[in-house]
Design a protein around this ligand. Structure first.
Ligand code: SF4
Ligand code: SF4
Length: 428
């Protein structure tokens, strides 16, 4: 897979499969089946460095969909670090046990309301915004979370905009009243779970060392049964200690999670648990096994909510092409307990992603510098990589902290997903 997905051209990715010959045009993320003759012509042109001209001849060249200019995007999503503290002691935590390297603290109500007001005011009538709660453990400051949500829902109704709400929680503090609250506001609830009980307990124990899995599942099971407006998903952070993915996926789907997704741990503040290239190869093989099951079930008309695959199929189908991996520092910001704005939730407390304050608003100079420097056209080796408009150049936090150790993994996964998309009868 790594060989088939290696970057040969900044303009095109071509490959053969049992189904025929395929072309992925980087500009605009367009996917085509091609005749064997055209494939041979493109393949030779890529080796000679003349493929741009051949793409023009084939009628799939044209003006670049993405220029070098940073986009002008209004603020449309904020995540509030309502509690910069946590009751777990996860071995690899990006927030350093929730405190982001400082003292444990809660966001004051007035700070949360100020953030909501900024978000609502930035959303044009008829538009949408997303308000997310992360921590630390956001349910450690439940009162502020709920007050901010209610305020956002009311202010949105007055302004004629549509709110959506999300929370990422460790699940240990969830109770039935939280479930009712999240259901009534249609929250997307993400539970951080690092596998089945044994793996999870090793990686995500309570601060005293006791396992947290049983407590979480006791809290979460009634919520799984009660999902109508809310969606309860599981997110697994993959480290060298929990590399077996397929049994976890099947288990969690059987429990009733709305979707289950896996993310490799690439950058931990203490370096602990970071994935190395050989472990990423194992993870890739595991993800592909899960993907193959997704293909089987989808072809048979049965849902199999494997989030990594669902997201990839959606992005390929839309022809997603973007100059960044995410909205961090563009339309999305993290807000610290003290009301500082950061490029995203992972940059809270980190000066490299500082973006102003709630009082003064987004700092235009910092934002402009961030978006200019982080543009995928300015990143090497991304500017020569065929996957750049699907990948966006990799999570800024991971890239700034550790560089790009996962490019073969990312490209190989995307290559597999392109093939799967074709097998499942997607375009062309
Ligand atoms: S980070 Fe993404 S776009 Fe950049 S080289 Fe790696 S795979 Fe390609
Ligand atoms: S920078 Fe990384 S952690 Fe932050 S929003 Fe983007 S992808 Fe997520």
């Amino acid at each position: 897979m790594t060989l088939a997905s290696r970057p040969r051209s900044p303009h095109a990715h071509v490959w053969r499969s049992a189904r025929g010959h395929h072309l992925f045009v980087v500009n605009g993320s367009r996917l085509f089946d091609v005749e064997a003759e055209q494939f041979a012509q493109l393949d030779a042109a890529i080796s000679a460095g003349t493929e741009a001209a051949v793409l023009e001849q084939l009628g799939v060249g044209g003006t670049a969909f993405i220029d070098d200019q940073p986009p002008q995007v209004p603020v449309h999503a904020l995540s509030l670090a309502v509690a910069q503290k946590c009751n777990l002691g996860c071995t690899y935590c990006y927030a350093q046990q929730g405190e982001f390297g400082g003292a444990a603290r809660d966001m004051a109500l007035e700070t949360a309301l100020q953030a909501v007001d900024l978000l609502v005011a930035a959303t044009p009538p008829g538009g949408k915004f997303n308000l997310a709660f992360l921590g630390g453990e956001p349910l450690a400051n439940r009162a502020v979370l709920r007050a901010a949500t209610r305020h956002a829902a009311e202010a949105a109704a007055q302004r004629g905009v549509t709110p959506s709400f999300a929370i990422t929680t460790n699940g240990t503090l969830l109770n039935s009243s939280d479930a009712e609250f999240f259901e009534s506001h249609g929250f997307a609830v993400t539970i951080s779970l690092d596998g089945r009980a044994e793996d999870h307990d090793r990686l995500r124990p309570f601060k005293g060392g006791r396992g947290s899995f049983d407590r979480i599942m006791t809290n979460v099971r009634p919520m799984l049964a009660g999902q109508i407006r809310m969606q309860v998903s599981a997110r697994v952070t993959v480290t060298p200690d929990n590399l077996g993915l397929r049994p976890v996926l099947d288990d969690f789907i059987a429990q009733g999670f709305h979707s289950v997704g896996f993310s490799a741990l690439l950058n931990a503040p203490n370096g602990q648990g970071e994935m190395q290239p050989d472990q990423l190869e194992v993870m890739l093989a595991e993800l592909i096994q899960c993907g193959e099951e997704f293909e089987r079930r989808t072809a048979a008309g049965h849902p199999y909510p494997f989030a990594n695959m669902q997201n990839a199929m959606r992005e390929i189908s839309r022809g997603t092409h973007r100059p960044y991996p995410c909205g961090a520092g563009a339309g999305y910001f993290g807000v610290s307990a003290e009301g500082e704005l950061a490029a995203c939730h992972r940059f809270v407390g980190d000066d490299s992603g500082a973006m102003g304050t709630l009082a003064t608003g987004v700092d235009p100079e910092r934002q402009s510098r961030w978006l200019t420097e982080r543009h995928v056209h300015r990143q090497t080796p991304c500017n020569a990589c065929w996957a750049r408009y699907l990948c966006g150049g990799g999570c800024h936090h991971e890239v700034l902290g550790r560089g790009r150790p996962a490019c073969d993994f990312i490209r190989s996964w995307l290559h597999y997903c392109l093939e799967a998309y074709l097998r499942l009868g997607g375009a062309p």
